[in-house]
Design a protein around this ligand. Structure first.
Ligand SMILES: Cc1ncc(COP(=O)(O)O)c(C=O)c1O
Length: 433
């Protein structure tokens, strides 16, 4: 073409959580059976939707209004209820006008970054959830800027590292938090959130907290919403129903904008997000019409509690199995539904392997490894080729630690325990090969 139409950030749009599936699928075509432990979709892993939730959706579907467009910012009655929930917690108060619906948080994240001035950077966690890190990198045209989360301190953000990065890089306009966290399962205590708010206030920054897992907490953790702690600092909370109903296919998420009127630049920025949504007309109407009915249903708290207990039991089960393995370490998750395992420093090298008995897969794997992959990608490929388990390498979450993430989502108890045991066995075999 006579003009290059490729965006400078195009190479940053990577999502290993799904990309690794392409490799796994190829191996399946060659005869390998695969357990998919890469993606955070509870429904795909066999979770049934509670009958009362399904009935609620049926009822709403019967109303023709749920088939129509809704307000560009989202259904007003739904935004009113969500604003009430925020306000009832105390802390920063919002109105329905401070809420904006998107087609899932994936859409929200992409718009949040692409709607920002290119030179304005958002400092995010390492490890990072890829949609955030790729979105920020693609928008800025540079590698995503990250702060350290420390595996030897429950994967909590390193406040000194955040402070240093913010102090010495004045392109940083905001700090992103993900609590409860994907991929680490950590839930940030009040002191950490307060520490980040203090830095934001001192350097005149905005904050973003991705709270999509805020109703999936266990093992003694307590969720603090950003609104309770933020004071008068501008902030955005990200919320959605993909994980907690769970209804990932609804493509429905929203942002709650805090202290919009405390800063004219922040307020103008939010208006630009609303304006851009207007150009699209609106986000998915049906799930928005469902939300008030479900959130106000007296069965909903018990539903959340049951699921939190379920993930707690699985987190402990996975921890008990993997913590016995030499050469790796892991933190017991307290939220969300992932486990991250880290290889000890220098435990990996490029001569390690797992037994392979399929010639075609062996040949394919050799080809893949020729292009010089990270050590943890190498392990993940061998794990698929030899044990038929697909996990996500930790280095693909913008992280310098080598490791991998798997999920707590498998509904078949026997299969789940067997998968965790086989992962443990594979790690031991690989490290001793
Ligand atoms: C931390 C985090 N934020 C956002 C999302 C995207 O969710 P949605 O289904 O609303 O696009 C995910 C999905 O896995 C996630 O883990």
């Amino acid at each position: 073409m006579r003009r290059n139409i490729v965006h400078p950030g195009a190479d940053s749009l990577t999502y290993e959580i799904r990309s690794i599936v392409a490799v796994g699928k190829k191996m399946c075509d060659m005869g390998q059976e695969m357990v998919w432990e890469n993606i955070g979709d509870p429904v795909a892993k066999g979770e049934n939707i509670d009958p009362w939730i399904k009935e609620t959706v049926h009822d709403v579907l019967d109303n023709c209004k749920s088939w129509a467009y809704c307000d560009s910012q989202g259904e007003l009655a739904t935004r009113e209820i969500l604003a009430d929930f925020v306000n009832q917690r105390g802390g920063a108060q919002i109105s329905p006008e401070d809420i904006l619906f998107f087609n899932g948080l994936g859409d929200a994240i992409s718009k949040i970054f692409s709607g920002m001035r290119r030179e304005a950077r958002i400092l995010g966690p390492s490890p990072a959830y890829s949609t955030h890190s790729s979105g920020e990198a693609a928008h800025s045209g540079y590698e995503h800027l990250t702060y350290r989360c420390d595996p030897s301190n429950n994967w909590l953000p390193d406040l000194q590292d955040i402070r240093n990065k913010v102090q010495y890089n004045d392109t940083i306009a905001g700090i992103l938090l993900i609590s409860p966290n994907n991929p680490t399962g950590s839930v940030y205590p009040r002191e950490i959130l307060e520490g980040v708010v203090e830095i934001a206030r001192e350097f005149d920054l905005m904050l973003i907290n991705d709270e999509i897992y805020s109703h999936i907490i266990y093992n003694g953790a307590e969720t603090f919403h950003l609104s309770e702690i933020i004071g008068d600092v501008p902030g955005i909370i990200l919320r959605g129903i993909s994980k907690e109903l769970p209804w990932p296919g609804s493509r429905c998420g929203w942002i709650e904008v805090l202290n919009k009127d405390k800063d004219p630049i922040f307020s103008r920025y939010f208006k630009s997000l609303v304006d851009s949504k207007m150009l699209e007309v609106c986000s998915t109407s049906l799930p928005q019409a469902v939300i008030p009915r479900i959130y106000k249903d007296e069965r909903f708290p018990a539903h959340l509690e049951r699921r939190a207990k379920m993930f707690e039991q699985r987190a402990n089960e996975a921890y008990d199995i993997l913590s016995q393995v030499d050469g790796v370490s892991l933190v017991k998750p307290q939220g969300a539904f992932y486990v991250t395992v880290v290889f000890n420093d220098n435990a990996l090298h490029n001569k390690q392997s797992l037994p392979l008995d399929n010639r075609e897969i062996t040949h394919y794997l050799q080809g893949l490894l020729q292009s010089g992959k990270n050590h943890d990608h190498r392990f993940a490929y061998y794990l698929m080729a030899s044990f038929g388990i697909c996990v996500v390498p930790l280095s693909s979450f913008c992280c310098k630690h080598m490791g991998f993430r798997f999920t707590l989502l498998e509904m078949d108890d026997k299969k789940r325990v067997d998968t965790y045991k086989r992962i443990a066995q594979a790690v031991t075999l690989y490290l001793n090969s």
